[in-house]
Design a protein around this ligand. Sequence first.
Ligand SMILES: NC(=O)c1ccc[n+]([C@@H]2O[C@H](COP(=O)([O-])OP(=O)(O)OC[C@H]3O[C@@H](n4cnc5c(N)ncnc54)[C@H](O)[C@@H]3O)[C@@H](O)[C@H]2O)c1
Length: 285
Amino acid sequence: MKIETVCIIGMGTMGSQIGIVCAGGGYRTIMVERDDGLIKKGLENIRRFLSSREKKGKMSGDDVSAILSRIEPTTDSNKAFAESDFIIEAAFEDIDIKKELFAQIDAARKEDAIIASNTSTLSISEMAAVTSKPQNCIGTHFLIPAALTPLVELSRALQTSDETYERTVEFIKSCGKNVVTSSDSPAFIINRLYIPLLNEAFYLLQEGGASAEDIDEACKSGLGFPLGPLAASDASGLDVVLFCIESMHKQLGDKYRPCPLLVKYVKAKRLGRKTGMGVYDYTKK
Ligand SMILES: NC(=O)c1ccc[n+]([C@@H]2O[C@H](COP(=O)([O-])OP(=O)(O)OC[C@H]3O[C@@H](n4cnc5c(N)ncnc54)[C@H](O)[C@@H]3O)[C@@H](O)[C@H]2O)c1
């Protein structure tokens, strides 16, 4: 079956960007959120991003209009699932929420639709197991910021068929992205390496080993990172980073214990850029 319509669940940090990628690939892109206020916020983020790309000369006004014309936000999830050929779940990093969504999609979707999750650390095989066609499920892990990062990491559930995998590779490449593939092991490739580094940066900060600015500068100038680990955590959302390291801790053991300073920031609702304050203060910028 040809992929013509894509559905993205969630218009948060990742969903909004994944929507831009899919609409940019020429697909009709239905975006599902929980209420109209969240749709408005998601659309504002999408428009702001596209307009900054246009101002920087990276995109033409016609490209921006074409992308926006292909995005259809809605709260009617069952209708969206029934009309879509490829469905990407980008809701909260919580296995129960994701399993519930996979079951709901399964009940409403087209026969051959592929169901993908953007999970950072959770088991695709476990999500696939609640559906009637687990062979049609796969992980598509877009990286932040998805519209600018060239890579998408695919993770095959135990049940993923070769056909689903090949159709997914073709679809992701048609959106202008490269792929790497991992098996369904906790946190796949990128986050298995990267999330512990973010957690370790919080330990170093907590122990007074260096200032936040110097930790970030060391990784930028010394290791060639585009953003230092603490600024990157603020961009991702400290709650999202904590979900990821907690999930790795649960699945892989004590080596991945969340840093207490990170836990404290999240409890204080200092979640990073999205709340105006994380490791750094964004309210004055
Ligand atoms: N933030 C990152 O850096 C990053 C990077 C790669 C992958 N991820 C993964 O992507 C997923 C989304 O992360 P995020 O940072 O965008 O989270 P987020 O909290 O910014 O956004 C999640 C969105 O999903 C919506 N949502 C939740 N349940 C829903 C439902 N039933 N129907 C429709 N919408 C629903 C929420 O309203 C929210 O807007 C997570 O699995 C996360 O681990 C995040």
